[in-house]
Design a protein around this ligand. Structure first.
Ligand SMILES: NC(=O)c1ccc[n+]([C@@H]2O[C@H](COP(=O)([O-])OP(=O)(O)OC[C@H]3O[C@@H](n4cnc5c(N)ncnc54)[C@H](OP(=O)(O)O)[C@@H]3O)[C@@H](O)[C@H]2O)c1
Length: 287
């Protein structure tokens, strides 16, 4: 029987349910070059060879470094590869993360992404909010800058990141929204109502931190007893457990787990073939 690869919507595009988050292909704290540049290139090439057609990036990862790696590893890009970037932040000389979110700065960052990735148009760009404020006239101006970039052909589709539900409602009065990118994983579900709203509206929900940022820290989701036990019972790894759980939550869920080694990448991509039973689903839901 022919193996049918599942596709899920990302604005006007359709992509595999598990993509790749490229932020980890840097030095520590997402700053500076990766310790092993050849491995970073290999991770990107292996991802695409294994069917990844959705890669998440930003000019401020490195800064510049991740976009340059993507271009070096993958340009000329295969047909159907959806590169998604985000704008709204920049790094200072010591790696601090600063807002870069005035409308003219958003435009400049979109242009920088086009240059470093060597693209004429970015398939999707997320407006990444850096201020913890309700939607206001400044937010309208930011969305307006994204719409202008799209009208000028620099961007195909607009996404939103680090938002509250009110931002989505406001933005939808101005434009279509392809995706929402917020922090979310099995043990941290503050954005669940937003996920549900995106599901109702047919907007892709693309969580970052879907692995809880890895195994570091006492609260790491990959070390949680429920995850470790259920993964062992089903013969999968903790990472596969939490990714498969998230994928099964909603048809508009698209994952972009980060990894800096080919080993982690392969393990994570294999989660798309993992079937959870109701016991595992319930146990993670109850966390
Ligand atoms: N919109 C935003 O504000 C925002 C914020 C953060 C991130 N993002 C995007 O979301 C993507 C994903 O987020 P993230 O990378 O921060 O977090 P994540 O996907 O939750 O976790 C990545 C971490 O998990 C580790 N890991 C990967 N696979 C593993 C496995 N199978 N077993 C154990 N550990 C594993 C990685 O280690 P190794 O590096 O050693 O493989 C890395 O430290 C980023 O790459 C970025 O594109 C967006």
């Amino acid at each position: 029987m022919e193996h049918v690869v599942e596709r899920r919507g990302l604005g006007p595009f359709s992509v595999a349910p598990i993509g790749f988050g490229a932020m980890r292909l840097t030095g520590p704290n997402v700053f500076g070059p990766p310790p092993d540049r050849r491995e970073a290139i290999r991770v990107l090439q292996e991802a695409v060879a294994r069917g990844v057609d959705h890669i998440d990036t930003a000019q401020f990862y490195g800064p510049d470094i991740v976009n340059e790696l993507i271009r070096e590893a993958l340009h000329p890009y295969p047909r159907g590869l959806i590169l998604v970037s985000k704008v709204g932040a920049r790094r200072d000389a010591r790696g601090g993360i600063l807002a870069d979110d005035e409308p003219h700065q958003l435009r400049r960052a979109i242009e920088a992404n086009l240059r470093t990735l060597d693209l004429e148009a970015l398939p999707v760009v997320n407006l990444r909010l850096m201020r913890n404020t309700e939607p206001d006239s400044f937010f309208d101006e930011q969305v307006g800058a994204m719409i202008s970039a799209r009208d000028d052909g620099l961007v195909n589709s607009i996404g939103l990141s680090n938002i509250a539900s009110a931002h989505l409602t406001r933005a939808l009065q101005m434009t279509d929204v392809a995706c929402v990118q917020n922090f979310f994983h099995a043990a941290s579900r503050e954005s669940q109502p937003l996920l549900e709203e995106c599901t109702r509206r047919g907007i892709a929900f693309v969580p970052f931190g879907s692995l809880g940022f890895g195994v570091t820290g006492p609260d790491a989701v990959l070390r949680r007893r429920e995850v470790v036990e259920e993964a062992a019972r089903l013969g999968v790894t903790p990472a596969q457990m939490v990714l498969a759980w998230a994928l099964a939550l909603a048809p508009n869920m698209l994952l972009i787990p980060g990894a800096s080694s080919v080993g982690h990448l392969r393990e994570n991509l294999a989660a798309s073939g993992v079937q959870l039973d109701p016991e595992a689903v319930d146990r993670l839901r109850a966390m």
